[in-house]
Structure formats: structure tokens, C-alpha cells
Design a protein around this ligand. Structure first.
Ligand SMILES: N=C(N)NCCCC(=O)O
Ligand SMILES: [Zn+2]
Ligand SMILES: [Zn+2]
Length: 328
């Protein structure tokens, strides 16, 4: 579609007319999907599901906490020199209703809902929920794009096998994804990894699956720019999925999460790495594991809302560039 035929995206509620704190929260005060005719370039969608957690529960409330904390986001992103909600239509698609008492059924429901959204041509910016939800999201993305590159920000590997016999949990999505052949094993990276493991074998298994690791300490020592350069080279122009467990951040920057680990990245480091990936072909992304019951002063939810903002900006830039036939 040429730019002349592209309708002007409907943006957020104008905060010079309606105070930011008024009205029900959508992500960044964007229109709901039904307010833009059921079709959007980027769909922000909540998945209030946390039956897959191994420690503190509560991430089922993460999506709405992120929406509340996103009221203060403004329309121009200077760090990426872009107005994400003007370059492309971004809308809040509401929540996927998943069965909290049956993980297998929930995983199927999430995959089917993602199929529907991606089938409309939208990219997904998903707000979790616990990390279990990354598996059905990746399945759906891979149906559309084939095996995708994965950039996984997390304190944890999430490539463990089972918990209490359960295959679908927040500690296992990426092992399942590798087993299912839905990831491009030439381009898999964890970023922000740290903390105690069950044994050294965890790392051996993870490496065999094809993952490279940039630890939290590596980010501190080498700096965000160098890390982003390295990741960009590994990813190239492959279709990319970014999954961000908010516990990649230090508990000082993200206390509101279920399995906190000391010694994490700062929110500045995370945002800077993402900005360094603005030219990547980001097909969809998630931000998961925000558990507001353990949060204070919306520290975690604000960090997550800004994280989703950078991800949305990358997608909007891509969409606008491909519409114009240029590169982002
Ligand atoms: N995905 C998150 N947040 N945590 C996974 C931790 C699993 C474990 O403690 O074995
Ligand atoms: Zn984690
Ligand atoms: Zn995780």
C-alpha cells in the first residue's frame, strides 16, 4: 500500500484535553481494537495467566498493571527518533481469556488467539502473564514466519525440562520451542542471565540447544552498545521474536516479579540494548512476569511499560519502512 492510501493511524487520547489519569486504561491510552475497525498493525494484548509459575504467583495481574503504568507515555520517542503511534496503527486488543485451572488448555487457547491476531496481519506486543505464554506465542509466530530468531531477556534460562511432571511451565518454554523446531537455532540468545542453577548441566543442555548467553555481568562489563552490536550481528535480517522476562532487571529496578534474582541489569541498560536493535525485523514480542502485588510505586510496571514502548517503536518503524520500501 502506498503512503497516499494509508489511513492516518488513530493515536492515544490527547492528554492536553483529557487528564492522563482519567478513564479506563488501555496501553499508552491507545484506542481499543474495536475502535479502529478490528484491524491494526500492532496489537497490544494481555494474557492474564500465571498457572505456570514455580514460586510467587501474581503475574496474571501484570498486563493491567502495565496498562495503568503506561498512562504517562508520550507519543514521540526521542531515543529512536520516531512517533510509534503515528507511523503505524497500534491498538489495545484486550486480553486473551485463558483457563487458569488447565495449563494445556490455556496454552491451546493462547495459540489460537495469537493465530487470529497474526492472521489479520498484525504484529503482537503481548503483556503477560507468566513466561509459559511464550511457547504458544512462538508457535503461532513460527506458523507465519517459519523458525524465528529469539532474543530472550531473563535472569533465568527457561530451558529446563519439567516441573512436577508438567511440560508447560514458566521455566520450560524455550526447551519445548527448540524441541518443536520453531526457533532458528542459529540465532538464539539469552541476555541478563544470572543466579544459581540446579547444576552445571543446565548450561551444557542450554548450549546444546543452540543458545548463546550474555550474562547480566557481561552487560555491565561490556556496555549496552557493544552487546546490542553483537546481538544485531547474530540476528541479521532473520524474523526476530523478543521475549522479555522483567526479572532480567535487578530487583531494585523490578521488585514486582515472582522469581527475583540479585545482580541484574538496570532498566537503562535494557532500554539501551533494545534501542540498539531498532533496525531488526521484529515480528512480535512479549513482556512477562510482572507481578504487581510485590511492586512498589509502580517501579516494575513503569519499567515494563517503557520496555513495551521501545519494542512497539521498533515494530512501527519497521512497518512504516516496509510500506515506504526503505529500511528502518
Ligand atoms: N521464568 C521465570 N521467571 N522463572 C523461571 C524460574 C524457574 C525455576 O526457578 O526453576
Ligand atoms: Zn525469569
Ligand atoms: Zn522467564
Amino acid at each position: 500500500m502506498s503512503s497516499a492510501e494509508t489511513p492516518t493511524p488513530r493515536g492515544p487520547v490527547d492528554s492536553s484535553r483529557v487528564p492522563r489519569y482519567a478513564g479506563p486504561a488501555t496501553y499508552a491510552r491507545l484506542p481499543r481494537l474495536d475502535e479502529v475497525g478490528g484491524k491494526t498493525d500492532v496489537a497490544v494484548v494481555g494474557v492474564p495467566f500465571d498457572t505456570g509459575v514455580s514460586y510467587r504467583p501474581g503475574a496474571r495481574f501484570g498486563g493491567n498493571a502495565i496498562r495503568e503504568a503506561s498512562r504517562l507515555l508520550r507519543p514521540y520517542n526521542p531515543a529512536q527518533d520516531a512517533s510509534p503511534f503515528a507511523l503505524a496503527q497500534v491498538a489495545d486488543a484486550g486480553d486473551i481469556a485463558a483457563n487458569p485451572f488447565n495449563i494445556n488448555e490455556a496454552v491451546e487457547t493462547i495459540e489460537a488467539a495469537a493465530d487470529d491476531l497474526l492472521g489479520t496481519g498484525a504484529r503482537m506486543m503481548t503483556l503477560g502473564g507468566d513466561h509459559t505464554i511464550a511457547l504458544p506465542l512462538l508457535r503461532s509466530v513460527a506458523k507465519k514466519h517459519g523458525p524465528v530468531a529469539l532474543l530472550h531477556f531473563d535472569a533465568h534460562l527457561d530451558t529446563w525440562d519439567t516441573y512436577f511432571g508438567a511440560e508447560y511451565t514458566h521455566g520450560t518454554p524455550f526447551r519445548r520451542a527448540v524441541e518443536e523446531g520453531i526457533l532458528d537455532t542459529e540465532a538464539l540468545s539469552h541476555v541478563g542471565t544470572r543466579g544459581p542453577l540446579y547444576g552445571k548441566q543446565d548450561l551444557t543442555d542450554d548450549e546444546k540447544m543452540g543458545f548463546g548467553i550474555v550474562t547480566s555481568a557481561d552487560v555491565y562489563r561490556r556496555g549496552a552498545d557493544e552487546v546490542a552490536d553483537q546481538l544485531r550481528q547474530r540476528i541479521g535480517d532473520r524474523p526476530l521474536y523478543i521475549s522479555i522476562d522483567i526479572d532480567c532487571l535487578d530487583p531494585a529496578h523490578a521488585p514486582g516479579t515472582g522469581t527475583p534474582e540479585a545482580g541484574g541489569m538496570t532498566s537503562r541498560e535494557l532500554l539501551e540494548i533494545l534501542r540498539g536493535l531498532s533496525s531488526c525485523n521484529l515480528v512480535s514480542a512479549d513482556v512477562v512476569e510482572v507481578a504487581p502485588a510485590y511492586d512498589h510505586a509502580e517501579i516494575t510496571a513503569v519499567a515494563a511499560s517503557h520496555t513495551a514502548y521501545e519494542l512497539t517503536t521498533i515494530m512501527s518503524r519497521q512497518i512504516a519502512a516496509s510500506r515506504e520500501g526503505t529500511t528502518a
